[in-house]
Ligand binder design. Structure first.
Ligand SMILES: Nc1ncnc2c1ncn2[C@@H]1O[C@H](COP(=O)(O)OP(=O)(O)OP(=O)(O)O)[C@@H](O)[C@H]1O
Length: 612
């Protein structure tokens, strides 16, 4: 399983991924920061030395040696200087760390966004992807940066410790060995807890996501209508509450265990301090130790013990965060779209296509597609050919496979078998980018300006105002723009202050304009492009449709069979199979699936109208 990372894997990820990543983010500031931390690290030993000095000088002064007054003042001056230097270094380190973190966070988010742009679309359709994305974006990026904090603290504590160990070893080696021995239990305990926290986070991700989803339902705008109408709040609150507390209790249990274990580690280290003080007392008794040295030694033991505990905690912190960040690394390592599958050169068409129509148009042969984690295929052995400039309709009942076929045609899904060629090129090929456009059933309502909403159809021509107007006039969006205060520059949607919300039908017109904005498109796929339009608007649009898509090949998915009557070719899907194809009159003559569907709809609609 994913979360069962071994120690080696974690350390490898840390050394070869996380550290180089952070280094790349701040190649100048990072070494600067390290130097500051090293200087800071020597401060405790210097402070202890000055304290010892001060006590010894003060003892002599109290014994009536007035000439010690000046040295006492000098030592106090040094202490003040040390304090100011430490203060200055701390502020500098704080600012540097902030900048390093901002830079690393920026790089990390950019890499995540870039990765999303390269991932196969199918990833976005799987729960496992959302779980991973949640783990990656929420907290993991932050945890990657925590490695930095831990790393600097380990570095600093290590230098402090070495300087203190030298002081202790000068007194008696047993004290240095004892202090070092403290590191083991504390590190092991913290590491174990880190692994447990990670496993818990991993197993809780789906339910944490559900908790967020339920909360979103209770607070969101889109769900508010039904939530109120069906009086769903008590049910949802109850469901959310149960799940929330299940997760919260598990977390609390783990924290309780953590408190017990860290408590033991603290008691253990305290016992060591007592023992070490006794050792200093015993040795000091035999060697008539000065009070200054005694205070300095006990202070050294306590500071060294604290440094050891800090090192242990931060080392395990690095381990724990590296464990969590492993998720981010795995995410960034997900395979990109399989570019090598895309054929750059003319692909050979199946022989019977060649005979029929040459290499032009859309040639689909033996296409089968099964969604990940599914056993039943959504599309089975589909073959058809569309000539350039043809207007094609795809019809079929709910779940017949129409949208899946559209996504395969757009190169968003990679079929397990079969070939899809546009003018002899693989549909996923980079060469075709910009030549194929679409309006999706669940099209986007960008909470941005009207100009952007239309212009996204061809981002390279975003500022082409003439093109914008042309695309908008075709769908009636131009007249909508005239009613808006800032015209095409008006912010759309309800999510941001000052945004103008459109009706569902108006949004659909905007989405249609988006596809018309891409005048370079040779093939356009419309997945129920008029479902939100009123019947009169739909009829008017269909009347113009032939003109609008003039010169392009168009594929329209529609449930309203009347609107498909004029299509040059109708493809009828049933249970993922292409069961019939032909023109309206040919299919009616056949008396098959299409004729049955058409007959059923004819009973409901006025067959003389365009809207049936
Ligand atoms: N992301 C997905 N993962 C798994 N199965 C899916 C997914 N999307 C669709 N399916 C399944 O694939 C089949 C075809 O769905 P598709 O959306 O292509 O049908 P459709 O003909 O467009 O339906 P509708 O007319 O309702 O829009 C259905 O059985 C559906 O349950």
């Amino acid at each position: 399983m994913d979360h069962e990372l071994n120690h080696k894997g974690v350390i490898r990820g840390l050394l070869f991924d996380i550290v180089p990543f952070i280094w790349r983010s701040a190649p100048v500031r990072l070494p600067g920061m390290m130097v500051i931390r090293m200087v800071e690290a020597l401060q405790p030993a210097a402070q202890i030395y000055l304290t010892k000095q001060l006590i010894e000088q003060a003892t002599l002064l109290f014994q009536g040696r007035s000439e010690m007054f000046m040295p006492v003042l000098v030592t106090i001056g040094w202490q003040a200087l040390l304090f100011l230097a430490a203060l200055g270094l701390r502020s500098l380190a704080h600012m540097l760390l902030l900048r390093i973190k901002q830079q690393a966070q920026f790089q990390m988010d950019r890499e995540i966004a870039n990765k999303c742009s390269r991932l196969d679309f199918i990833y976005f359709e799987q729960p496992v992807y959302y779980d991973r994305l949640q783990r990656t974006t929420q907290g993991l990026a932050y945890r990657g940066l925590s490695v930095l904090d831990h790393f600097f603290l380990v570095l600093q504590s290590l230098i402090t410790l070495v300087s203190l160990l030298a002081v202790l070893a000068g007194f008696h080696w047993i004290l240095s060995v004892g202090v070092l021995g403290l590191i083991v239990p504390s590190f092991l305990i913290n590491m174990k807890l880190g692994r447990k926290r990670y496993k818990q986070m991993f197993t809780q991700t789906p339910s944490s996501r559900k908790v967020q989803y339920l909360m979103g339902l209770m607070t969101g705008r889109a769900s508010a209508k039904e939530m109120k109408l069906f009086k769903l709040y008590p049910y949802m609150i109850d469901k959310w509450e149960k799940l929330y507390w299940k997760n919260a209790k598990e977390k609390a249990e783990l924290e309780r265990l953590g408190q017990w274990l860290s408590g033991f580690a603290e008691i253990f280290s305290y016992a060591f301090t007592v023992l070490a003080t006794l050792v200093v007392l015993i040795i000091g008794y035999g060697n008539s130790l000065s009070i200054g040295v005694f205070v300095a030694m006990t202070q050294t033991v306590t500071t060294a013990k604290d440094s050891v505990m800090l090192i242990a905690a931060n080392l395990s912190g690095i381990y724990e965060n590296a464990l969590f960040t492993g998720e981010l690394i795995q995410f960034l390592r997900l395979p990109d779209e399989q570019e090598e599958d895309h054929v750059e050169t003319l692909k050979e068409l199946p022989e019977h296509w060649e005979k029929k129509a040459g290499a032009d148009g859309l040639a689909v042969d033996g296409l089968s597609f099964t969604y990940p984690e599914q056993t039943a295929p959504a599309l089975v052995d589909i073959s058809f050919h569309i000539h350039p400039g043809q207007r094609v309709a795809i019809v079929g009942h709910n779940g017949a496979g129409k949208s899946t076929l559209a996504k395969c045609l757009l190169g968003l899904y990679r079929p397990q078998s079969g070939s899809l060629l546009w003018n002899g090129r693989d549909m996923g090929s980079d060469e075709l980018s910009g030549k194929i456009s679409a309006v999706f059933q669940d099209f986007m309502q960008y909470q941005l300006t009207l100009k952007e909403n239309v212009g996204f159809g061809r981002i390279s021509a975003l500022d082409d105002e003439e093109r914008l107007k042309e695309a908008a006039v075709k769908t009636g969006v131009d007249s909508i723009s005239r009613s808006l205060i800032y015209g095409y520059e008006t912010q759309l949607g309800h999510e941001y202050e000052g945004g103008k919300e459109l009706s569902q039908g108006q949004w659909q017109r905007v989405a249609l304009s988006r596809s018309f904005f891409n005048i370079e498109a040779e093939l356009v796929i419309y997945d129920e492009p008029t479902s939100a339009l009123d019947p009169i608007a739909e009829a008017a649009l269909f009347e113009q449709f032939s003109g609008l898509v003039e010169g392009k090949t168009s594929i329209m998915i529609s449930h309203r069979l009347g609107s498909c009557r004029n299509a040059d070719l109708i493809l009828v899907l049933k249970d993922g199979r292409l069961v019939e194809q032909g023109t309206h009159s040919q299919l009616l003559e056949r008396q098959g699936e299409y004729a049955r569907m058409y007959g059923a709809q004819a009973e409901w609609y006025d067959m003389n109208g365009v809207i049936a």
